[in-house]
Design a protein around this ligand. Structure first.
Ligand code: KIV
Ligand code: NA
Length: 266
C-alpha cells in the first residue's frame, strides 16, 4: 500500500480496474477514506457549497482551496490528491492559470489540479502541464458555468452538443490532461468518450461505463440537505446520526445526567 501517483491512476484504466475518487476538504475525513483505500481525493470547489454554505461554487477563492488542501494533505493520504482551480483563478490568462496552479501545489501540497472546460481550455491545460503540474480536465456539466447553462442541467443530450463534448474530450487529452471528469452527461455518450480516450474518464452523473467514479462525500453521507440530484446515492444518514448525538447531549446536560462522576476529576 504505497503512495498513489497519476501513473497508478492511469494504469488502472488499461488494467480495467475501476478508479474511486471522493471529495474531501479536511483532515479527519481524509484519514477515514484513505484507511478505506480510496484511490484519489478531490479537494473540490464543491467545498463552497458543502462546507461554506454558498449557493454555488463561484465565490470560492484560491486561498480557500489552498487552506482545505493543506488540511487534507496533513493526513498524509496514500491516495492521489487533486485540487480544483476555483472560478477566476485560471480563466483570465495563462499567467494567472500557471501561478494559481503552482500555488495549489507549492502552498497547498496538491499533486495535481483540476479545471473546468474542454477545447476552450486546451491552451491553459498545456501551459500548466508544461510546468510539470498534472491537470485533470472536467467537461459536460461544469458547475462554474451555472449562469451559461441556466442551472445544473444534463449536457450533451442533443447530437450536436454530444459531438462537441467528444471533441472537448479529445482536445483535453491532446492538451496533456492525465484524466478527465465527465459530469452530467448521458451514459451512452460517456461510454463512447471512455472508449475513444486513452486517459481515464471519471464519471459523476455519467453512468456506469466510465473508468472511475467521483462523488461528493457530503452527498454519499447524507450531510447535504439542500437538494439531491438523481445520480447521488446515499450510503448513510450522517445528518440523522449527528442530530441524535447532539440531542442526547442536550437532553443529558439539561437533566443533569452529564457530566456524571465517571467523566469528572477528584
Ligand atoms: O467540486 C467537486 O466536488 C467536483 C466533483 C464533484 C467532480 O468538481
Ligand atoms: Na469542482
Amino acid at each position: 500500500n504505497k503512495k498513489k501517483t497519476i501513473l497508478d491512476i492511469q494504469k488502472m484504466k488499461s488494467a480495467g480496474e475501476k478508479i474511486t475518487f471522493l471529495t474531501s476538504y479536511d483532515y479527519p475525513f481524509t484519514r477515514i477514506m484513505d484507511e478505506c483505500g480510496i484511490d484519489a481525493i478531490l479537494v473540490g470547489d464543491s467545498v463552497g457549497v458543502t462546507f461554506s454554505g454558498y449557493d454555488n461554487t463561484l465565490p470560492v477563492t484560491i486561498d480557500e482551496m489552498i487552506y482545505h488542501t493543506r488540511a487534507v494533505v496533513r493526513a498524509r493520504p496514500k491516495a492521489l490528491v487533486v485540487t480544483d482551480m476555483p472560478f477566476l483563478s485560471y480563466q483570465t490568462d495563462l499567467r494567472d492559470a500557471r501561478l494559481n496552479a503552482g500555488r495549489l501545489v507549492k502552498e497547498g501540497g496538491a499533486e495535481a489540479v483540476k479545471l473546468e472546460g474542454g477545447a476552450n481550455m486546451a491552451e491553459t491545460i498545456r501551459a500548466i502541464v508544461d510546468m510539470d503540474v498534472p491537470v485533470m480536465a472536467h467537461i459536460g456539466l461544469t458547475p462554474q458555468s451555472i449562469h451559461r447553462m441556466g442551472g445544473y442541467k444534463v449536457q450533451g443530450k442533443k447530437d450536436e452538443q454530444a459531438q462537441r463534448l467528444i471533441e472537448d474530450a479529445l482536445a483535453v487529452e491532446q492538451a496533456g490532461a492525465f484524466s478527465v471528469v465527465l459530469e452530467g452527461i448521458p451514459m451512452k455518450l460517456a461510454e463512447r468518450i471512455t472508449a475513444e480516450l486513452s486517459i481515464p474518464t471519471i464519471g459523476i452523473g455519467a453512468g456506469p461505463y466510465c473508468d472511475g467514479q467521483v462523488l461528493v462525500i457530503h452527498d454519499i453521507l447524507g450531510l447535504c440537505e439542500k437538494y439531491s440530484p438523481k445520480f447521488v446515492k446515499r450510503y448513510a444518514d450522517a445528518s440523522g446520526l449527528i442530530a441524535e448525538a447532539v440531542s442526547s447531549y442536550i437532553s443529558e446536560v439539561k437533566k443533569g445526567e452529564f457530566p456524571d462522576e465517571g467523566h469528572s476529576f477528584n
